[in-house]
Design a protein around this ligand. Structure first.
Ligand SMILES: [Ca+2]
Length: 455
């Protein structure tokens, strides 16, 4: 029930009470005063109740009004707010519209600017200067790349150098430590030296004493030395005598061929088949069988002379064909020929299998073997030929080569070498070796033999 309906209900009730009172007791005069008073009070109480109800209704009514007012106020406030928002929206719309206009304008300007930029770019691309600059930039870029690589390499080297430096520093530290240790050792040694120096002074004093003693002893030694010198001289004299006696002993001894390891000299050779003979030998076992050096011996001799040999054992000589046959007939021999020109130039020929036949074979040059040396092989032509002398013509032509060349040799249609001709300085064709000096006479010749097993 609303307050308004409640109020109407209450008022109706009070008015009913009042009509009842007036209809029965109130509208009629009560003879008693007490009854009047009580009626008055009751009437007043009813009026009071009525007034209270009225007041309550008024209060309710006022409350409703206040609530309506508050609602209205709220609605007004909302309305005001809505009005403000509407105005803002309008302003915003106007601003947006304005901005859109400006945006369109700006886009147009932007398009214009873009066109301008496109034109400028085209102009720039066509410009040679720019191309040159581009090229330079490219070159510079390559240089920069190269420099970058170089820097990279240098950085690598730097890193390596840093490592090296670290190693070196460590090495230096180690060495410093070593030096310290050595310093300590040196100090220790210096002290030792100082002590030793002191000892040395003492020893020097003793040495002085000893020196005096030594002088005395030296004098005695000098005396003894003189005695020793005298004895040495005696010993030397004795040794010389012994050597002389030994040499005599050697020369008395007979050898099958020249001995090796003995002094150069004349030795006795005892070869079965011939009488003992003397021959010049050197320490390497070589026997000289022919020598020309000064023309002191005449080589223009007959068969018997060449068979037996002639000349001076220490000068010019020919050893003899029979001796050569006996020595080489059953034992292989080497032949060594040494030659020298008058200008001092010398050369040699070496044959490794020299053999001479018997007298029945006219002392034929049976074999030479392989030739080596510096003279050329000018004896080869004579290999297999008989020996001819001025009185025994065994050559291959009608005349006698030994006669025409004043010397005996192994001839055919004469020869390319002949060492037994007449000794003539400055002339040609008598003592020659074709491979060494052609037809010019030689100043020196020496033929030597030794058994192949001599060394
Ligand atoms: Ca002839």
């Amino acid at each position: 029930m609303s307050p308004r309906i409640l109020g109407i209900f209450l008022i109706t009730s009070v008015l009913d009470q009042l009509y009842l009172v007036d209809g029965t007791n109130g509208l009629q005069e009560s003879p008693s005063s007490d009854l009047n008073l009580e009626s008055t009070i009751r009437e007043l109480n009813l009026k009071l109740d009525y007034c209270k109800i009225q007041l309550q209704i008024k209060d309710e009514h006022n409350k409703e009004k206040i609530e309506q007012m508050e609602t209205i106020y709220k609605l007004k406030s909302q309305l005001a707010v809505n009005e403000i928002s509407c105005a803002k929206e309008k302003e915003m719309a106007a601003a947006i519209n304005n901005l859109n206009m400006r945006l369109v304008n700006a886009e147009q300007q932007l398009k214009f600017k873009d066109d301008l930029i496109q034109e400028k770019v085209k102009e720039i691309q066509d410009c040679d200067l720019i191309k040159t600059k581009d090229k330079q930039i490219l070159e510079q870029s390559e240089k920069v790349n190269f420099m970058t690589v170089t820097i990279s390499n240098l950085q690598s080297q730097l890193a390596k150098s840093r490592d090296d430096v670290k190693v070196k520093i460590k090495d230096i530290n180690d060495r410093t430590e070593e030096v310290k240790i050595r310093d300590d050792i040196i100090k220790s040694k210096e002290k030792e030296i100082s002590d030793k120096s002191e000892q040395l002074k003492n020893i020097e004093g003793k040495i002085t004493v000893k020196d005096n003693e030594l002088e005395n002893l030296s004098a005695q030694i000098s005396t003894k030395d003189n005695e020793i010198d005298s004895l040495n001289n005696q010993t030397k004299h004795d040794l010389e005598k012994i050597t002389e006696m030994t040499d005599e002993l050697h020369t008395c001894r007979e050898w099958e061929s020249c001995p090796t390891g003995r002094p150069d000299g004349v030795y006795k050779i005892n070869k079965p088949g011939i009488a003992v003979f003397e021959a010049p030998c050197n320490s390497n076992g070589w026997m000289t069988i022919q020598r020309r050096q000064d023309g002191s011996v005449d080589f223009n001799l007959n068969w018997v002379n060449y068979k037996n040999g002639f000349g001076n054992l220490t000068g010019e000589l020919f050893i003899g064909l029979e001796k050569l046959h006996q020595m080489t007939k059953d034992k292989p021999h080497e032949l060594y020929i040494k030659l020298m020109k008058f200008n001092g130039e010398s050369a040699y020929a070496h044959y490794d299998n020299f053999q001479i036949g018997s007298e029945l074979e006219f002392y034929k040059l049976k074999s030479l073997g392989t030739c080596s040396g510096t003279t050329g092989d000018s004896l080869r032509y004579s290999e297999g030929l008989k020996f001819s002398t001025i009185d025994s013509d065994n050559d291959g032509i009608s005349s006698n080569c030994a006669l025409s060349h004043s010397g005996a040799w192994w001839y055919n249609n004469c020869s390319y070498s002949r060492l037994n001709g007449k000794y003539l300085r400055g002339s040609t064709g008598t003592i020659i070796w074709h491979g060494f000096g052609g037809n010019n006479n030689l100043a020196f010749t020496q033929m030597m033999i030794r058994p192949k097993s001599a060394l």
